[in-house]
Design a binder for this molecule. Structure first.
Ligand code: NDP
Length: 249
């Protein structure tokens, strides 16, 4: 299913895989021009080629969300003009008992999931606010149901997602009056690469049991939620979407 996003210009972070990849694809299929942002240039090039082959418009921009993004933003504006739809999706999930003291993992998650999200938002704020004056403008932040849950080993990851949810709700109080919708999306278990970067076999086994216990969402299910929310009439803001596998409780 596609939606009407004709004349929209989108940026999707973390578009190299998973939810970001499927979201970029669906936004493009729905008529938006889509800038694809992540670190793996080869994956972005493949996705851009796929979208272009389907008749859509996509631009691969290899960049790290924690770095200076002024050049990436200029490249996007040169190619596609003003951005009116930003999906802050890039994220990393690492898990270990807190007693392991893995400050390397804590920093990566805080830098990517919180500071990176702010960094990307900052660089496109002017675009969104200008677009919101007389047309639709969207800031979509991908958080997690983990923002509200407590379980062992994921304390820092879930804390970063609690920060994203709270930040997003507060940004809405500033952006809403300026005509910019803010949508927080909290996915439940979704079958992607997210859990493949961990280095603790016990934590891996635990995650595998979770994934086996329920039929997880597909990344395309989240893409559908994002495209649906951003294609509503301009005065309608679906501000908080919790999307869970039916069997996950
Ligand atoms: P993936 O690992 O498939 O996607 C994460 C994406 O983020 C990758 O494309 C990766 O690309 C990109 N990324 C990571 N670090 C950076 C960085 N520093 N700069 C730019 N891009 C970066 O997992 P998901 O699709 O599942 O994750 C997407 C979002 O959904 C995340 O924010 C995650 O927390 C959230 N989420 C996922 C759930 C799940 O069960 N899968 C549940 C709840 C929330 P590259 O490595 O090329 O940079």
């Amino acid at each position: 299913m596609t939606y009407d996003l004709t004349n929209r210009t989108a940026v999707v972070t973390g578009a190299a895989s998973g939810i970001g990849e499927e979201t970029a694809l669906l936004l493009a299929r729905s008529g938006a021009k889509v800038a694809l942002l992540a670190r793996r240039a080869d994956r972005l090039a493949d996705l851009a080629a796929k979208i272009t082959a389907e008749g859509g418009r996509a631009l691969a921009v290899a960049a790290d969300v924690t770095a200076d993004l002024s050049e990436a933003a200029a490249t996007i504006r040169d190619a596609f003009g003003r951005v009116d739809l930003l999906v802050n999706n890039a994220g990393v999930m690492l898990a270990n008992p807190i007693t392991e003291g893995r400050s390397d993992e804590w920093s990566r998650m805080i830098d990517t999931n919180i500071s990176g999200l702010l960094n990307v938002t900052r660089v496109f704020t002017e675009d969104l606010v200008a677009a919101g004056v007389d047309g639709p403008a969207d800031l979509v932040n991908i958080s997690s149901i983990g923002a509200h849950l407590t379980f062992p080993n994921y304390a820092v990851y879930t804390a970063t997602k609690a920060a994203v949810t709270h930040l997003s709700a507060n940004l809405r109080t500033e952006f809403g009056p300026l005509g910019v919708r803010v949508t927080t999306v909290e996915p439940g278990l979704t079958g992607t690469e997210l859990g493949t970067h961990m280095d603790n076999p016990e934590v891996d086994a635990h995650l595998a049991r979770w994934l086996a216990a329920v039929e997880p969402l597909a990344a395309a299910d989240l893409a559908d939620a994002v495209a649906y929310a951003t294609s509503r009439a301009r005065h309608v803001n679906l501000s908080h979407l919790v999307v869970q596998p039916t069997a996950q409780v």
